[in-house]
Design a protein around this ligand. Sequence first.
Ligand code: NCD
Ligand code: ZN
Length: 351
Amino acid sequence: MSQIKLPGLIDVHTHLRVPGGEHKEDFATGTAAALAGGLTMILGMPNTSPPLTTRQRLADTRANAQQNAYCDVGLFAGASREFLVDLPNAAQEAVALKIYLNDTFGTLRVDTLPTLLACFETWPREKLIAMHAEGQSVAVGIGLATSYQRPVHFCHISRQEEIELIAQAKMRGLPVTCEVTPHHLFMTEADFKRLGPLADMRPKLATQADVDALWAHLDSTIDCIATDHAPHTLAEKQSENYPPGIAGLETSLPLMLTAIQENRISMPRVIELMHTNPRRIFKLPLQTDTYIEIDPTAEQTIRNEAMHSKCGWTPFAGQTLTGRVERVLLRGQTAFEAGQVVAIPGSGVVL
Ligand code: NCD
Ligand code: ZN
């Protein structure tokens, strides 16, 4: 057994489902899953019901997090036409703004140009704007980053043409950054054929050529690995109008550690993608005395029953991965050890 120490990892794309989706996940179960996956800080997405579009809703959700979270949590405000006027107030309770340009789970969408422009004009410049942008919407985001001369972060980029456009924008010095998810690195549309709804998410799984392009850009264009942890119950996934999304908090680091063992990526680069860059891009505070101990060579077979996430299933179940989280220390206190959360509820700080 060889143990190594890494900084606490950061996930900039987690769905925690409070309010309105607590049967899928809540702050206790979501942050327990985060610790189990070696993550000590996560940023929660605003596509809840109702969505986190107002200062009041963000404040209420932060209060809930403060009572229940086991690791540190920040929240995104969601852009909507309806609550545009409240956006500068909402900014006081949020780490960043999320703009949904394409269809996905939930009702949040920005589908008119005036709303989109108003977001860029009213959201404080010192806070980041993140976008769900697929296909040509990526070009819209790059255009706005250029026009307003302010950073735009692209969520879960998954296609060759998208990553190549972002690479070109970066080469020209434009202020754009992006994340990719482990599921878009480790699965293709063939897995959707095999698993059906259990491998359906937005963006959908792509071709092998798309996956190869993401790997080719992992050492350069890609800034962050983000889980896009999007829990839904098995019953919901087995229903006729099943929602898109899969859990990711507990498998993301083991998948990346497995890639290290296979010499597909280096450990220093994984730390950049899962700690250094997320922190810099989202201007997140340093967590003192916070680190994780991992065994990079221990094998583990992923099991639904061992998950801390309330949803209790993952498309990676049955796969044997190399690398395991042994212990997590949050501000000097052991928060997770031997597969169990030992922190007390509310020991996470709300950003
Ligand atoms: C997410 C969800 O369930 O909230 N689903 C998904 O397929 N990724 C929404 C999103 O991030 O697009
Ligand atoms: Zn998401």
